[in-house]
Design a protein around this ligand. Sequence first.
Ligand SMILES: [Zn+2]
Length: 230
Amino acid sequence: MTLGPWLEVDLGPGVRAGFSTVVAGNLGLGLGDEPDAVAERRRAAERWAGGPVAWGRQVHGAAVHLATAGGDDVAACDAMVATQVGLAVLVADCVPVLVADPAAGVVGTIHAGRAGVVAGVVPAAVGALQRAGARELRAVVGPAICGACYEVPAAMRDDVDAQVPGTASTTSWGTPALDLPRAVTRQLAELGVRVEDLGLCTRTDARFFSHRGVRDGRPAGRVAGIVRLV
Ligand SMILES: [Zn+2]
């Protein structure tokens, strides 16, 4: 089967949602690609999304931004909420989450890396979505480094697991690890969100960019998760 630039996911009627693959190219700024080339790929992504998209500047925190217009670098934040515009989350191993309540006309994105998960970015985003009117949220957890691949020092694993119980994991080669997709999925479910984890690992699946995969000779880049009401 031919690999396309977008892997579409279902978040209900009237929602365009999906994750880009390496075929769509690197969508992250500051990784060595010409800014003009990245901008051109982002415009192609917006054509796929069917309209303007807000691209945040992610900082591994728990701040949530209410996006009202499209554009690059709209705010320093790791979660966004919108009713009028599309949203993009950029990742290369961190956990991307797309959220929507089409009946309420609200969408959201979450960039959940280790620091963001500890800082509480997931509950912060769900709270902001609910304040924006969401009642029945659906979410998809996209491609991220999995609990069998995300190796960390033992002290870090213990520290994160103490703050976010259930994140501790073990790599397939038997060393301490963190399972962030599992932690994020569980947090969303506990907050009443109907959530699906795609179960795609960026480190072992070359269809996506991977920060850790760069060590194995794969090119640097960021894929995007985009959600937009259409
Ligand atoms: Zn993996």
